[in-house]
Design a protein around this ligand. Structure first.
Ligand SMILES: Cc1ncc(COP(=O)(O)O)c(C=O)c1O
Length: 398
C-alpha cells in the first residue's frame, strides 16, 4: 500500500449515513424496517420548487455560475435573513455552497489552523469533530446534561476557552437532542464571549425552521456585537425538504466571505446551478410549506413522546426543535437480549435492527453514551408501529 496521509486516516466515516444505508439495504431485500434513523424530512420537495428547477433547465441555465453563488440567490438569502431573523446582510457577505456541510467546511478552513482548538457542545453533530480534525485543529468537547434538558452550561464553556481557542460551534436547534437553547441562554453566552474577543462563533442554524411549542428561533448574530464575529450557517436541506439538492449558505463579515468563496472556487466551483435557481423560488415562496411541515413534525413529535411514555425502562429528553428525540437506554446496559450482552447503545441499536427491524442511531457517535436517537420523519402510524416493536424488544431484555 502506498502512503496515506494522517489527515485522511484520522477521519471517521459518517456512522449515521452508514446506518441509514444498512437500513435501506434491509428494506430493499424485502424486510419491513421501521426507520427512525434518517436525518432528513420524509416530505417530497414541493412541486413549485421542482417546477422552478424544470424552468431553469428549459431556459438553459445549466452552465457554471460565480463560484460563491448566483446574485439572485444571494439576494434571496439576504431577504430571508432580514424577514425571518431581522438581520441585515449584503450579497457580498453571502457564500452559497454545496450544502451547509460545505459551508461549515469553508468556515472552519478559513478560521482554524494546525494546533488551534474549536469548542463543540455535546451531544454534537458527528461531522463537527471530523471537520475540525481535517483543519489540523483539535475538537474540545463541553458536555451538557440530560437532566438539564441539554441546556448550555456557559460556565463550563468558559472553562474550556484557552489562548488556542479559535472558534465555538453553536448548533441550534440541536442535532441530536432537538434542544433549542433559547434567547436568554444565548445572551448569557454572548456576555461570556465578550471576555474572549478572539473566538469566532460558527452558528449552525440548519434546523431553524423547525421549532415547536411556540419557541422562536433566536440567532446569536442578532446580538449586535456578536454579528461581526459570527459565521452563520443555514441551508435549504431541512426547511424545504431539499436534502438531495445540496444548497447551503454562510453569512459572515465580507472579508471572511471572500476567503470562503476563494476556497470553494478551487474545491467544487459553484454549487449546482439548477438547484441554485430552484432555491431562489424556495426562499421567496416557501413560507406556507414550512409552516405546514413544522405543524406536521410537531404533531408527530408529540405522538412519539406519548408512545414512548408506554415503554418500560427508558427515559427521553423533551426537545423543542429539529426532528430528533434522544432516548436514554442506560438502564438496559449490562443486561441480555437472547443471550447477548448489551454493553453499549451501539449493541442495543444493532440488536434492535436485527431482531425487531427498527433502525435507530446509537449516540456514541454524537459524543454521549447510553442513548439512541429517534427521528420522527415518518407517519404517526409507522411511529406507533416502531415504538411497539421497541417495547416488545425491551420486554425480552433480562
Ligand atoms: C446539525 C447539522 N448541520 C448541518 C447539516 C448538513 O446539512 P446539508 O444537507 O445542508 O449539508 C446537517 C445534516 O444532517 C446537520 O444535522
Amino acid at each position: 500500500m502506498l502512503n496515506i496521509t494522517n489527515r485522511a486516516k484520522n477521519v471517521s466515516p459518517s456512522l449515521t449515513l452508514a446506518i441509514t444505508a444498512k437500513a435501506n439495504k434491509l428494506k430493499e431485500s424485502g424486510v419491513d424496517i421501521v426507520s427512525f434513523a434518517a436525518g432528513e424530512p420524509d416530505f417530497n420537495t414541493p412541486e413549485f420548487i421542482v417546477n422552478a428547477a424544470k424552468d431553469a433547465l428549459d431556459k438553459g441555465l445549466t452552465k457554471y455560475t460565480p463560484a460563491s453563488g448566483i446574485a439572485p440567490l444571494k439576494k434571496a438569502v439576504c431577504a430571508k435573513l432580514k424577514r425571518d431573523n431581522a438581520l441585515d446582510y449584503q450579497p457580498e457577505q453571502i457564500v452559497i455552497s454545496t450544502g451547509a456541510k460545505q459551508s461549515l467546511f469553508n468556515a472552519l478552513q478559513t478560521v482554524c489552523q494546525e494546533g488551534d482548538e474549536v469548542i463543540i457542545i455535546s451531544p454534537y453533530w458527528l461531522t463537527y469533530p471530523e471537520l475540525i480534525k481535517i483543519c489540523g485543529a483539535k475538537p474540545v468537547v463541553v458536555e451538557t446534561k440530560a437532566e438539564e434538558g441539554f441546556a448550555l452550561n456557559v460556565g463550563l464553556i468558559e472553562k474550556a476557552v484557552t489562548d488556542k481557542t479559535r472558534a465555538l460551534i453553536l448548533n441550534m436547534p440541536n442535532n441530536p437532542s432537538g434542544t433549542v437553547y433559547g434567547r436568554e441562554k444565548i445572551e448569557e453566552l454572548a456576555a461570556m464571549l465578550r471576555r474572549h474577543p478572539d473566538v469566532w462563533i460558527v452558528a449552525d442554524e440548519i434546523y431553524e425552521a423547525l421549532t415547536y411549542d411556540g419557541m422562536e428561533h433566536f440567532s446569536i448574530a442578532q446580538i449586535d456585537d456578536m454579528k461581526d464575529r459570527t459565521i452563520l450557517i443555514n441551508g435549504l436541506s431541512k426547511s424545504y425538504a431539499m436534502t438531495g439538492w445540496r444548497i447551503g449558505y454562510a453569512a459572515s463579515p465580507a472579508y471572511v466571505a471572500k476567503y470562503m468563496g476563494a476556497l470553494q472556487s478551487h474545491q467544487t466551483s459553484n454549487p449546482n446551478t439548477i438547484a441554485q435557481y430552484a432555491s431562489v423560488t424556495a426562499l421567496d415562496e416557501g413560507e406556507a410549506f414550512i409552516k405546514n411541515m413544522r405543524a406536521v413534525f410537531e404533531e408527530r413529535r408529540n405522538a412519539l413522546w406519548s408512545f414512548l411514555d408506554e415503554v418500560p425502562s427508558i427515559k427521553y429528553v423533551k426537545g423543542n426543535g429539529a426532528f430528533y428525540v434522544m432516548v436514554d437506554i442506560s438502564a438496559l446496559l449490562g443486561k441480555e437480549y437472547r443471550g447477548e450482552t448489551i454493553d453499549s447503545a451501539l449493541k442495543f441499536s444493532e440488536l434492535l435492527t436485527e431482531h425487531a427491524h427498527v433502525s435507530t442511531i446509537p449516540c456514541e457517535c454524537f459524543g454521549i453514551n447510553g442513548y439512541i436517537r429517534l427521528t420522527y420523519t415518518l407517519s404517526i402510524d409507522r411511529i406507533r408501529e416502531g415504538v411497539e416493536r421497541l417495547k416488545r424488544f425491551i420486554e425480552e431484555i433480562k
